[in-house]
Design a binder for this molecule. Sequence first.
Ligand SMILES: *[C@@H]1O[C@H](CO)[C@@H](O)[C@H](O)[C@H]1NC(C)=O
Length: 408
Amino acid sequence: MGPYRCSLLYFFILPFLVTITLSVDVLHYQTTPHGFAAPPRGWNSFGLQSLEDDQKLILNQDNVISQCENLKGISHLGYTYCSLDSGWSVGCNGDDFGRTIYDSSLFDIPALAKHLHDRGLKVGIYINPGFFEADKEKTIKGTNIKFSEIAATGDQNPGFNCRLNVDWDAPGAQEYCNSNVNLWASWGVDYIKLDYITPGSPDGGTLPVNSSGSVACYDRAIQQSGRDIFLEISWKLDWRIEWAYGIYKSSADAIRIDQDVNNAHESTLVKWATVQRTIEMYREYILEQKQKGVNVPLTAYPDLDNLYVGNAEALTGLDDQQRKSVMAHWVGAGASLLLGSDLTQLDDFGSSLLSDALINEMTHFTAKYPMWPLRGKAGETAGYQHQVWIAGPDPETGVAVLLVTNYG
Ligand SMILES: *[C@@H]1O[C@H](CO)[C@@H](O)[C@H](O)[C@H]1NC(C)=O
């Protein structure tokens, strides 16, 4: 067995008897800023959009519906979100008020939302911070303020993705966020992925240095909308910067802590080595949170990126043992469980992982208690890949979840 391979995986619940003193001093999640007590489950389009050209998903209404119809087999387990990634909206301008709107040659979002809601499912959209540069002479809805008046300056505004960053403290900025969210809420949107947030999203070099104000702005916009909307922020958010993490965890419901886990422009969705990188990032993240003290609740769920477990090895890029290991780590972390798989091609192994009764019981547990590394190669805070993780024990019941792995 070579390196980078999970060769042993057990996942079990131990009732602790007399040997553990029960207390509330357990690393735990708390209800998120928008009132969620569990991470989202469902599907996101990005992995399939990123496959090589002749294989990739063309993002449009019919193709999304044919994917998300397949959530019906697992929606009773909580897999209800049907989340569109980049490409659903008009790319370089908004409506008359600068609001982000769907590309009507591809989507009718209110109709999609109705279709999904009628099936007990939910709909998610993808946005970026800032406003469209082409809209700078337009007026923010409900105000006399032009977008040019709320533009940020200097290194806060290099221009990116056809957009300019906002001075998030300027009069009119909040009204802009509100006008967007109120429009999307009127369509029936249940989930927003806010991408390219800084500090974080490190690849570009042309991003504004600090767009964290947009996270707080969209948080307040969601609160005033009165609709239950889950806010996820992306990508590789810099949780090591205390003030930024403070904004993120008090404004967003889930935080992407690493870069994309998927392959880009290949025939498979993911590689095991990349999965290991993301697990290692989670290990560092959760240990840092634990060091702040187990009485400091985690108010946002970690997002380890899409969950690639549903398809056979030829598409997923992982063998069944590795798929099981991905499932175990994403569940153990209490992470978002948005499948990146082709839901029209779930294989028996993938379906059994998703519907496994014990795994689903654990997802309820780890929505309250995230796993952290207990024992491993080199002590609690050092070493690369640890081999025993624990979530809990729950102070009331004494139940804990252990994940035992051998990474090779
Ligand atoms: C970044 O923006 C946020 C929100 O506007 C602000 O609270 C924070 O102080 C800023 N940080 C820096 C280093 O400018």
